[in-house]
Design a protein around this ligand. Structure first.
Ligand code: AKG
Ligand code: FE2
Length: 257
């Protein structure tokens, strides 16, 4: 897929969000989940409400990546990184493709509070969802002129409760977010076990943010649920959040003796 090819996946009403269903096959999904689950126990970092793995290296507090090779299940089979590179979405980033992956595991009932990602990343993110659907919200700060106390969490600034954009993420889908949507706004996932969608007639209700990518969904059962008051129970979801960290430390600082 070329950069021009990405156009067909643009989420209506946005100019910087792309939704690509079936980015990996069911067989590849199964393989990826197996590899994720087979990772050594020490690879998991436990947070209060979810677990994660970090691939590609560690980030220093100053935003420098101490690089490590990505595992074969990300860059050989399946070649997720090469496929993301081929979309052209990272064309203007330092390395033309992602060099860092955060893998999150969410059990049903777990989510991620609205937040901004750190400044070390090029403003493009590609997120692959595996094993479960989820509903992903983007929020605005209420007062864009106030001074942030903490950029990363947005603490100290109040957030508009109603998302300005909501996407439905199918398992095996890739969502690519660029520029303004990603910088200066927040994103998050509610910590619910079920996603309940409004009846069709309520879609114009001012309190409801419609699912912007409903026409891009590949599975008609999901489309039906989203459009007609469905209720979808979440399963365990794995997300691979792929980014390009611009500043990478040389691999050789300790080579000379
Ligand atoms: O799991 C996701 O889809 C989002 C994860 C995320 O926002 C993050 O790791 O910063
Ligand atoms: Fe994030």
């Amino acid at each position: 897929m070329s950069a021009e090819g990405l156009g067909g996946y643009l989420v209506p009403g946005t100019d910087e969000a792309y939704y690509i269903p079936n980015f990996v096959t069911e067989k590849e999904e199964e393989y990826l989940i197996r590899k994720i689950c087979e990772s050594p126990r020490q690879k998991w970092k436990a947070l209060p409400n979810r677990r994660l793995q970090i691939w590609g290296g560690d980030l220093t507090p100053k935003g420098l990546l101490i690089p490590q090779a990505l595992p074969p299940f990300l860059d050989t089979y399946p070649d997720v990184i090469a496929r993301i590179r081929a979309t052209g979405a990272f064309q203007s980033s330092a390395h033309g493709g992602p060099n860092h992956v955060i893998l999150n595991e969410y059990c049903p009932g777990q989510g991620i509070m609205p937040h901004e990602d750190g400044p070390a990343y090029h403003p493009v993110v590609a997120t692959l969802s595996l094993a479960s659907h989820t509903v992903f919200h983007y929020y605005r700060y209420k007062d864009d002129t106030s001074t942030p106390k903490d950029h990363e969490t947005g603490s100290g600034r109040s957030i508009d409760k109603k998302p300005f954009l909501t996407l439905f993420l199918e398992p095996r889908s890739l969502v690519i977010t660029r520029s303004s949507l990603y910088q200066g706004h927040l994103h998050g996932i509610d910590d619910v076990e079920d996603d309940v969608f409004p009846p069709a007639h309520a879609v114009h209700d001012a309190h409801i943010t419609p699912i912007a990518n409903v026409d891009l969904l590949a599975d008609s059962r999901y489309r039906e649920a989203v459009l007609h008051n469905g209720n979808l129970t979440r399963k365990v979801r794995y997300s691979l959040t792929c980014r390009d960290i611009e500043r990478v430390a040389s691999r050789l600082p300790f080579a000379k003796r």
